[in-house]
Write a protein that binds this ligand. Structure first.
Ligand SMILES: Nc1ncnc2c1ncn2[C@@H]1O[C@H](COP(=O)(O)OP(=O)(O)OP(=O)(O)O)[C@@H](O)[C@H]1O
Length: 442
């Protein structure tokens, strides 16, 4: 009998020759053989979703590869690394690629190949891959949630691009929730509802981005409910994204919340340092930017909020090096990132701009945010807006109080302390504040 490492090496070789590179990185690279006893090979997998996939699709070939290597019958035993995964369990079972992508309004660059897998997104990536291979069956709808610029749209487009590549006749439709709303309103105005329905219900894959903006839009939610049902009943795949879980979206109808829970909800969290470096390295290679490794690490360690910012920093550094006629070095990056920070100051964060972003984020009116109502749903956003005003502007406490409908400066201090204290332990609040800061910085 072979030892564990040799056997696993043979099994990996077998898979390498059988499965596509993306599938290999997703399923095989993430598997960790931990024990070989009594013809039982124990394999540790990162999530339930990986275990399901292995059981359904990879067990048979694994047994065959193991037999080829040992001439013995070896059975796998799968264990999940961390039972508390970052996903909720599904409650019910749920030609010319470039131009086709463009018809479907997909970004041809957002593919599985260009997506870097890391701890914060590996579950989302794996789920996306399953859905692209078996649309409408396993995880319907598939719901991605998480902060801005973390790759939700990228993964969603990757599903569409892959399905179109596999079958160019697939009908894919990508919209933001705002575009859906606008289309719906236009259809009512021009009395073309039939056409609207035809367009949205006659697809194999419907991708709707940023559905948190459905909040408050009763009529649109009603229409979307029917669109959803029609597609779902027909076994068509639906993929949705949002900055938070469905039940956290204010004023989202209960029946939509419950339907969204029929499938799989997976969150995407900010990438760790290694993933940030890998993303930068890929991007630099794709854009043919010549940059030393240590300089990539420098950028990745300084920009940790989200991937969009990371890519922005690289583009900026590239432009700066061209402007200065100097090759990219850590020193040059340090200077250009410093000026990025200075720019942020000069683009001046103001209290009204903070109030506007916070009001929008929590779906409260500006008047309520600045007013006196004591409901928790308003008090919390108000305190957050005060906290951010103190953090991000040079305004004095009385000035901040003034901008919030003439409140006393002690109210501002109280709000600031309360949020600062809660931030120490409340991880939801931490991510909300970090999302808001990114929004405000835009
Ligand atoms: N893991 C990754 N590998 C490669 N590129 C990534 C990754 N994650 C994000 N990106 C890139 O970062 C940018 C922002 O990602 P994307 O637009 O998908 O974010 P998002 O989560 O949809 O944000 P928003 O909520 O603002 O819509 C895109 O250019 C995307 O290609």
């Amino acid at each position: 009998m072979l030892d564990l490492d040799t056997l696993w090496g043979d099994i990996k070789d077998g898979f390498r020759s059988e499965v596509a590179p993306t599938a290999y990185t997703t399923w095989i690279d993430t598997a960790d053989p931990i024990k070989l006893t009594n013809h039982r090979l124990t394999i540790k997998l990162p999530s339930e979703l990986h275990r399901d996939y292995w059981k359904r699709n990879l067990t048979q070939p694994l047994v065959e590869f193991a037999y080829e290597a040992t001439h013995e019958d070896i059975q796998p035993v799968f264990v999940v690394e961390d039972e508390a995964t970052n996903a909720t369990v599904p409650r019910e079972p749920a030609t010319n690629a470039h131009s086709v992508s463009q018809d479907a309004k997909l970004n041809p660059k957002y593919t599985f190949d260009t997506f870097v897998i890391g701890k914060g997104n590996q579950m989302a990536h794996a789920a996306a891959l399953v859905v692209s291979e078996e649309p409408g069956s396993m995880y319907n709808p598939l719901f991605f949630y998480g902060g801005v610029g973390l790759g939700k749209t990228h993964l969603m487009h990757a599903i569409g691009n892959k399905m179109l590549k596999d079958d160019p006749n697939t009908k894919v439709k990508y919209v933001t929730s705002e575009a859906f709303t606008n289309d719906f309103i236009t259809a009512i105005q021009s009395k073309t509802q039939e056409q609207f329905r035809e367009e949205y219900r006659n697809v194999d894959l419907l991708l709707v981005d940023d559905i948190q903006f459905f909040a408050d839009k009763e009529g649109t939610q009603e229409e979307f409910f029917h669109t959803f049902n029609a597609l779902y009943d027909d076994g068509k795949q639906i993929v949705l994204t949002s900055d938070r879980l469905p039940h956290e979206i204010p004023k989202l109808q209960d029946r939509l919340v419950s339907r969204f829970a029929w499938g799989l909800s997976v969150d995407i969290t900010p990438p760790d340092l290694e993933t940030r470096i890998a993303i930068l390295r890929n991007k630099a290679t794709a854009d043919e930017i010549d940059i030393p490794d240590e300089t990539l690490s420098y950028i990745a360690s300084h920009i940790d909020s989200n991937v969009r910012e990371l890519e922005g920093a690289l583009a900026r550094v590239h432009a700066y090096s061209k402007l200065m006629h100097q090759p990219i070095s850590t020193e040059l990056v340090a200077t250009s990132l410093k000026s990025l920070k200075l720019d942020k100051h000069s683009s001046e964060v103001t209290i009204p701009s903070i109030q506007e972003k916070v009001a929008k984020y929590y779906h409260v009116s500006l008047a309520d945010l600045k007013g006196k109502k004591r409901m928790k749903s308003i008090v919390m956003p108000r305190q957050i807006a005060m906290y951010l005003s103190r953090e991000l502007t040079d305004s004095s406490l009385p000035k901040i109080g003034n901008e919030f409908g003439g409140k006393d400066h002690t109210t501002v201090i109280h709000a600031y302390d309360k949020i600062a204290e809660a931030l120490k332990t409340d991880s939801d609040l931490q991510s909300e504040i970090s999302n808001l800061k990114t929004e405000i910085d835009r």
